[in-house]
Design a protein around this ligand. Structure first.
Ligand code: ADP
Length: 605
C-alpha cells in the first residue's frame, strides 16, 4: 500500500505543478487549452479520490459506507476521464477538418449523454470489494456489475478514439499524432501490465504521464508557432479572397466602359468618316487596347500567385485564332517603319484541343513586346508544327522574332515586375508582368520557352507546346478568308440592364441581319420569350440573380442557346458561367470576330 500511495502522491504533485504552470502560462485560452484544463482537473479529482480509496479500502469493514461512497465516486471519474480524452481527440481532428465541425459537436453530445447514463446506472448497480478482482486490473479496488459497466464503457471509448485517430491521421499535426500514439501505448500497456501483475498500480501514473505529454505539446513553442501560422494563413486567405473580389469588380467596371469605346471606335473606323478622324479613332483604339492589357495583367497577378493556372481546354482552330489575334496586335506597329511577316504552317491540324485563350495570350504577349520594343525593321511570327498522328499530338512551335532593342541580360526576363534596360524603354508602356504570366501559362501547359537575344540587334522567343489533335471535331471550320455575315432570318433577344451597353450590343449584332428585340430586365425578357420564338438570347450576366433561375430555365426548356457577354473576365469566370447553364461566354471588350465565331458555332455546326 505504501508504494501505491507514494506513486499516487507523486502523480498528484506532478499534476498540481502542471496545472499551476498551465494556468500561469496560458494567457489566451484557446479551445485546446480549455479541453486540457478540464482534463487535468478531472484527473486530479480522480487521483485524490483514488488516494482516499486506497486508504479506506484497508479499513473496508470499519468504514463500509464511506468506502462505498468514495469508490463509487472514484469509479465515476473513469468514464469522465476517458470522455475528456475522446473529446480532446475529436476536437483535434475537427479543428483541422473545420468542415466537419457540426458532426463533431453531435458526436460529442452523444458521448456526453452516454457518459452521464453510465454514471447514473452505476449508482444503482451492485458493487463489492474483493482482493485480486476484475476491477483491480483496471485500477479500481472493487468488483461487480457497476465496475464492469464503467470499465467496458472506458474500453469502448478507447477503441472509438483509436479508430478516429487512424481515420483522421492525416489531419493531425505530427507532434499531436505522436502524443496520441503514446497515449494509446501507455493505456494498453498499463492494462496488460495489470493483467499480468495484478498488484501493480500504474493507471494513475499513466494518466499523469499522458497529461504531462499533452501539456508539453500544447505549450510547445513549435506547435504554438504552427498554430499561429495557421491562423495567419487563414486570415491571409480571407484577405486574398477579398482582393480577388475587388479586382473582379474593378475589372468589370473598366471592361464595360472599354467595351463601349472599342466597339464604337471600330464601327466608326469601318464607316465612311474622313481619314483624319479614322486616324484619331485608331489612337483611341490603341489607348483602349493598352488599357485593356493593363487590366488583364493586373488580373493575371492573381494567377501568378496561385501555384498553377487551371486550363480550360476546348476544341479550336489555331489558324483562325492567330488571324483574329494579329488583327488586334498589329495596331501596336503605330507609324513605325516595321515590316510584319507572318508565316503559318499549313500542316497545322484544323482542329486542336487545348486552352485557346491562353495560347492566344502567349502569342499576344510576345507579339506585343516585339512591336513595343522594335522601332524599325521587321517582326516575324512563325507558327509551325510537328504532327504525330499516331498519338494524336501536334507539337506547336511559335517563333516571334524582332529587330528591336534586344535584351542585355535574359536571366531576369521572367521576374515579376522587372523591366529591363529602363532608360531605353521609359517611353514604352508596360508593367513587367507580361512575360512572367506567359511563362506561367507555358509551364502549366508543360511547354517550354527559350529566348535568344543580341543587345541592340533583336530578340527571338521560341515557344513549344503540345496540343491534342481532334479527328472528328464538334466545331465548324469556317472559311478563313471571308466572313459570311448572313446567318439566315434569325430572331435574337438582347437583355442588358445598362442602356449604353444595350445600344452597343444591338449595333454589333445588327451586322448579322438579325431581327433584334432589346430589353433591360429579366421580366421583360421572359414576357417576350413567352410571346415570341427566339433563336438566340444574348445577355449581360450581371442580371444573373433574376435571370439565372427564370430565363435560363425557360431557354433550356425550349433549347434556345444563351450567350453571356460579360465584363467579368477574372480567372475561372468562363467555367463558372458555362457550368451555370450559359451556352457560350464572351468577355468584354469583344470584337465582331468573337461574336462571329460564337454565332458560327451555334448556327453552322
Ligand atoms: P512589359 O513589356 O510590360 O514591361 P514583359 O514582362 O512583357 O513586361 O517584359 C519584361 C521586360 O523584358 C520588358 O520591360 C523589356 O525590358 C524586356 N523585353 C521583353 N520583350 C522584349 C523584346 N522583344 N525586345 C526587347 N526587350 C524585351
Amino acid at each position: 500500500m505504501l508504494v501505491t500511495i507514494t506513486m499516487e502522491f507523486i502523480s498528484l504533485l506532478f499534476l498540481t505543478v502542471i496545472f499551476c504552470s498551465f494556468i500561469i502560462r496560458s494567457k489566451n485560452s484557446t479551445n485546446e487549452s480549455v479541453f486540457f484544463f478540464r482534463m487535468i482537473a478531472v484527473t486530479m479529482i480522480s487521483l485524490i479520490l483514488e488516494i482516499i480509496a486506497t486508504f479506506t479500502i484497508a479499513y473496508r469493514d470499519q468504514v463500509s459506507v464511506l468506502n462505498m461512497i468514495v469508490n463509487r465516486m472514484y469509479l465515476s471519474t473513469i468514464p469522465i476521464i476517458m470522455l475528456q480524452i475522446s473529446d480532446f481527440i475529436i476536437f483535434l481532428y475537427n479543428d483541422e477538418l473545420k468542415v466537419n465541425e457540426k458532426k463533431g459537436i453531435i458526436l460529442r453530445r452523444i458521448l456526453d449523454i452516454s457518459c452521464l447514463l453510465v454514471i447514473l446506472v452505476d449508482l444503482f448497480l451492485p458493487m463489492h470489494f474483493a482482493n485480486n478482482s476484475f476491477g483491480d486490473r483496471f485500477g479500481v479496488y472493487a468488483d461487480g456489475l457497476a465496475v464492469t459497466v464503467a470499465i467496458s464503457y472506458g474500453i469502448i471509448l478507447f477503441f472509438i478514439d483509436f479508430i478516429s485517430c487512424i481515420r483522421y491521421r492525416n489531419y493531425y499535426l505530427k507532434q499531436k499524432v505522436l502524443c496520441l500514439i503514446f497515449y494509446f501505448l501507455l493505456l494498453a500497456g498499463g492494462i496488460i501490465a495489470r493483467l499480468v501483475i495484478p498488484g501493480i498500480t500504474i493507471i494513475c501514473c499513466e494518466v499523469t504521464l499522458i497529461c504531462i505529454l499533452i501539456y508539453f505539446i500544447i505549450e510547445n513553442y513549435d506547435t504554438k508557432r504552427v498554430e499561429k501560422l495557421k491562423e495567419i494563413r487563414d486570415q491571409a486567405n480571407k484577405f486574398n479572397l477579398e482582393k480577388t473580389r475587388f479586382l473582379s469588380n474593378m475589372s468589370h467596371e473598366i471592361r464595360t466602359s472599354l467595351n463601349t469605346i472599342v466597339v464604337t471606335s471600330n464601327d466608326l473606323i469601318e464607316s465612311n468618316v474622313d481619314n483624319d478622324i479614322k486616324d484619331e479613332l485608331k489612337d483611341c483604339l490603341y489607348a483602349s487596347e493598352t488599357l485593356l492589357e493593363l487590366v488583364g495583367n493586373i488580373l493575371d497577378l492573381n494567377k501568378i500567385e496561385s501555384e498553377f493556372i487551371s486550363l480550360n481546354n476546348v476544341q479550336y482552330d489555331l489558324k483562325k485564332e492567330i488571324e483574329s489575334l494579329v488583327d488586334m496586335t498589329t495596331i501596336r506597329i503605330e507609324n513605325k517603319p516595321i515590316n510584319f511577316i507572318m508565316n503559318i504552317d499549313n500542316s497545322i491540324p484544323n482542329v486542336l484541343y487545348g486552352d485557346k485563350v491562353y495560347i492566344k495570350q502567349i502569342m499576344n504577349n510576345l507579339l506585343t513586346n516585339a512591336f513595343k520594343y522594335t522601332n524599325q525593321g521587321e517582326v516575324k511570327l512563325n507558327v509551325g508544327c510537328e504532327n504525330d498522328f499516331t498519338n494524336k499530338v501536334s507539337h506547336i512551335k511559335i517563333l516571334v522574332q524582332d529587330t528591336g532593342i534586344g535584351i542585355k541580360d535574359t536571366s531576369k526576363l521572367f521576374n515579376k515586375f522587372d523591366r529591363l534596360d529602363v532608360d531605353k524603354i521609359s517611353t514604352v508602356e508596360g508593367t513587367g508582368l507580361g512575360l512572367v504570366i506567359t511563362k506561367k501559362i507555358i509551364d502549366s501547359m508543360k511547354g517550354t520557352i527559350t529566348v535568344e537575344s543580341e543587345y541592340g540587334k533583336g530578340s527571338k522567343f521560341l515557344v513549344e507546346i503540345d496540343q491534342a489533335i481532334v479527328d472528328n471535331p464538334s466545331i465548324s471550320i469556317a472559311n478563313r478568308s471571308s466572313m459570311n455575315y448572313n446567318f439566315g432570318n434569325r430572331r435574337v433577344l438582347l437583355v442588358d440592364d445598362d442602356k449604353l451597353n444595350l445600344k452597343v450590343e444591338k449595333k454589333t449584332l445588327s451586322k448579322f441581319n438579325f431581327k433584334i428585340d432589346a430589353v433591360t430586365s429579366a421580366e421583360e425578357a421572359l414576357q417576350l420569350m413567352r410571346d415570341n420564338g427566339y433563336d438566340l438570347i444574348v445577355t449581360d450576366v450581371y442580371l444573373e440573380n433574376e435571370f439565372d433561375d427564370q430565363v435560363l430555365k425557360y431557354a433550356k426548356k425550349f433549347n434556345i442557346p444563351v450567350v453571356c457577354i460579360t465584363a467579368d473576365a477574372i480567372e475561372g469566370a468562363e467555367e463558372k458561367y458555362l457550368s451555370s447553364g450559359y451556352s457560350y461566354y464572351i468577355s468584354k471588350p469583344y470584337s465582331v470576330k468573337d461574336i462571329y465565331n460564337v454565332l458560327e458555332s451555334i448556327f453552322r455546326k
